[in-house]
Write a protein that binds this ligand. Sequence first.
Ligand code: NOJ
Length: 555
Amino acid sequence: MTEWWKQAVVYQIYPRSFYDTNGDGIGDLQGIIEKLDYLKELGIDCIWISPVYDSPHDDNGYDIRDYRKIDKMFGTNEDMDRLLAEAHARGIKIVMDLVVNHTSDEHAWFVESRKSKDNPYRDFYFWKEPNPDGAPPNNWGSMFSGSAWEYDEKTGQYYLHYFTKKQPDLNWENEKVRKEVYDMMKFWMDKGVDGWRMDVIGSISKFLDFPDYELPKGQKYGIGKYHANGPRLHEFIQEMNREVLSKYDCMTVGEAIGSDVEIAKKYTGADRHELNMIFNFEHMDADTKPGSPAGKWALKPFNLVELKQTLSRWQYALSDTGWNALYFENHDQARVVSRWGNDTKYRVECAKAFATILHGLKGTPYVYQGEEIGMVNADLKLEEYDDVEIRNAYKELVLENQIMTEDEFLTAVRKKGRDNARTPMQWDDSPNAGFTTGTPWLKVNSRYPEINVAKALADPNSIFYYYQSLIKLRHTYDVFVDGRYELLLPDHPHLYVYTRENGSEKLLVAANISENTVSFEKPEGNWKLLLGNYDDTESSTLFRPYEAGIYYMEK
Ligand code: NOJ
């Protein structure tokens, strides 16, 4: 099998917010087809599409009712066939989202499963007796607040759901479940799908003794080590690889909560026959206070030294074995310029600086829709947020338990809430940013007249063309793909500087992630600038706010 994904840059589309062609306020597959030429111009190799399957959309499609049917909100199965054909005709691959830790509670399997204790589908999910006092079977929490167990009147038992109660967890111990999943994967791959992004794949194997968490006094539910990396995880993935993945020339990226570098080696080591790469979360915690009952909403200031340490740990660990997936943004993460940088005075420089850091690293870079034009966080009122995670957290943390004040919560949501990345794509300065002729399902960011694709395409210095150059560089110089990473100036509070080196070439990547001007001396060598974000970065020894450059030499 070829390793095309090592040279590739992947673009993630969140379909409901990408481009709406039928005026219902929600993006659709036809919208993706119409924008393929735009993506071709950007130069990406592959698109990952967040779920487009039939769903009641309790969690925006990550709750699937029918795995083999495209949701009518997005189009039809024929539209998907056309998208595959049109993308392939342009040399672009398509990766779909595989959401098999859980289904929707409206999936036929769960509808059957909840009917009776002896239903043939009962064992497709996890059902447990209540504790003697009627409480849930253990103190595991749902990622979206409250208990991970929901009581079902019909049979007097609880079922397990790591996410909303409309997302019951599948029981991977059951061979029939695994077979159904593998058949479904083949169904799409036989149509030409080029791979999978695997949703919370790290959680598919459960700790079957369901141990309680030890919790601080007053805390009812815990989320932690029992929510991922169960005893049969790698066995299941190896089986999936044997049964399905190994039979296709495909790309796989697993979303792996609770993974560290040692776990990553297990997932991605070539000799293990599991996945190509994983999304880890360690670097995204650079602004989270650990151990707080407020979870991800407990903010701490962004710290560049910590980000460098974490990214470097992953670069070094996966240098000879495995492979990294590189990202700052996706549909679950906020816009990086707003979250960790400057989204006003230095927005353009800042977006380019973060892109420089990420695209210089070893691994496969992911660009999330709108990142390539420097889109910024949403400017919504509390009641305008749509995301089930935000709504549930507000109820639990502010209303029920007073762990945060409303102001504190809103500040955290404005920084890190998932809807920051889900506002519609800004195509031009016409009403609703040209995303829809109807009413968008989520309010368009009010800065769209300033930040939009049409404007970016008309400006040779735009963030868009900077991304285009970064992608071209990766396609041109092998050292971007195979060069060994070395971090320089590890303790510098503002500069992120590293080298990449193979047998014949060397790269120097440098970025000032701050609003200060700092001195920067290149290491000895005959460096030539490949790309910079100020006109005279080639000769600059004082790096201005968010100045960044990539330098090259042959050895
Ligand atoms: C991770 C997905 O990226 C997120 O959007 C979703 O809510 C959960 N998994 C549950 O499927």
